[in-house]
Design a protein around this ligand. Structure first.
Ligand code: ACO
Length: 326
């Protein structure tokens, strides 16, 4: 097989910053509660007129530039999002047009916050098999448009942004060495947007009942996340023939600092080996891991030969992890 690895990364967040103090003016919450219970200080919201595909395109261009890849060289584009511009065309088609990636097969992938990890694993299979050489994987969300700004249980938790990576062939022994992905559809009830597809159309009544917004049972999602995040990382490492002692950097999904800390504990990792940026961006769902990966990359935190582990969980419920030699 042809080993597949990450050749370049990029990210974009909209300019508008919404602080915890800003949210104090909207709902009954406090900066102290949000920081202590989640680790979040601020998040970015996309302005009207900016769509998921716009943010994807900016992040993608950065990743392609770092990888030294032109749009024509891309064989595939996978956009991982739960907030597409529209149901058809796929956001990936819009991004393809924006980039001029005329040789790429393109599709959207739905795995919520596990999306980018699912997407990177999927891309690696096409590269390893020899069917594709260069694949662009993007995670991007505008969650602010699905947030109930009257519900303090959810509206403080999420933000908007996009992250991208170009995957391609790497030297033997490098790149993605092990991966794990899974789902438990029984947990779908704990995190959903009831009126976001055909089951309940967004009628006036649905809007009045706030069914077009994210509904979450935070405690159930928390319990699931704490269980699954370390486990998926361990499984990916095991399949790579590695153990937690080999990890140089863990880049986890940024949903709650307490979930990240408990995953680090399970993996016996000191927090110096865990990348955290939830304070700046909150939970950007599918964008969270690739934004974190790009920031870690541009800060020079991954050296050639380092073992880097990505681990995510999300609505579905879903989870995915991958172990890479950088
Ligand atoms: N400000 C002030 N108080 C609040 C707020 C807020 N923003 N939100 C909730 N509270 C209150 C609650 O009403 C509750 O009050 P009560 O005891 O009087 O009822 C109290 O704080 C404690 O609430 P808990 O739910 O026990 O708080 P907890 O410590 O569990 O934290 C949280 C809640 C942050 C939501 C946590 O459960 C969590 O992070 N869950 C996981 C969420 C997650 O990761 N979701 C993303 C999934 S990824 C995806 O696919 C989108």
């Amino acid at each position: 097989t042809n080993p597949a690895g990450i050749l370049g990364t990029g990210h974009y967040v909209p300019d508008r910053v919404v602080t915890n103090a800003d949210l104090e003016k909207i709902v009954d919450t406090s900066d102290e509660w949000i920081r202590e219970r989640t680790g979040i200080r601020e998040r970015h919201f996309a302005p009207e007129g900016v769509n998921t595909s716009d943010m994807c395109t900016i992040a993608a261009r950065q990743a392609m530039e770092m990888a030294g890849i032109t749009a024509e060289q891309l064989d595939m584009i996978i956009v991982c999002t739960l907030t597409p511009d529209m149901t058809i065309p796929s956001t990936a088609c819009i991004v393809q047009k924006n980039l001029g990636a005329v040789n790429a097969a393109v599709f959207d992938l739905y795995a919520a916050c596990s999306g980018f990890a699912y997407g990177a694993i999927t891309a690696s299979q096409y590269i390893e098999s020899g069917m594709c050489k260069y694949i662009l994987v993007i995670g991007a969300e505008i969650l602010s448009r699905f947030m109930d700004m009257t519900d303090r249980n959810t509206c403080v938790l999420f933000g908007d942004g996009a992250g991208a990576a170009v995957l391609g062939p790497v030297e033997q022994g490098y790149g993605i060495l092990g991966a794990d992905m899974g789902a438990d559809g029984n947990g779908g009830q704990y995190l959903n947007i009831p009126s976001s597809g055909v089951a309940i159309l967004p009628t006036d009544e649905a809007r009045e009942k706030h069914l077009t917004y994210i509904k979450m049972d935070g405690k159930e999602v928390y319990k699931f996340a704490v269980k699954v995040m370390g486990k998926t990382a361990e499984k990916a490492l095991e399949r790579a023939g590695l153990s937690h002692e080999d990890i140089d950097l863990l880049v986890p999904h940024q949903a709650n600092i307490r979930i990240i800390t408990s995953a680090a504990k399970r993996l016996h990792l000191p927090m110096e080996k865990v990348f955290v940026n939830i304070d700046k961006y909150a939970n950007t769902s599918g964008a969270s891991i690739p934004i974190a990966l790009d920031e870690a990359n541009r800060q020079g935190l991954m050296k050639h030969g380092d073992i880097v582990v990505l681990a995510g969980f999300g609505a579905g419920l879903t989870w995915a992890g991958l172990a890479m030699k950088w």
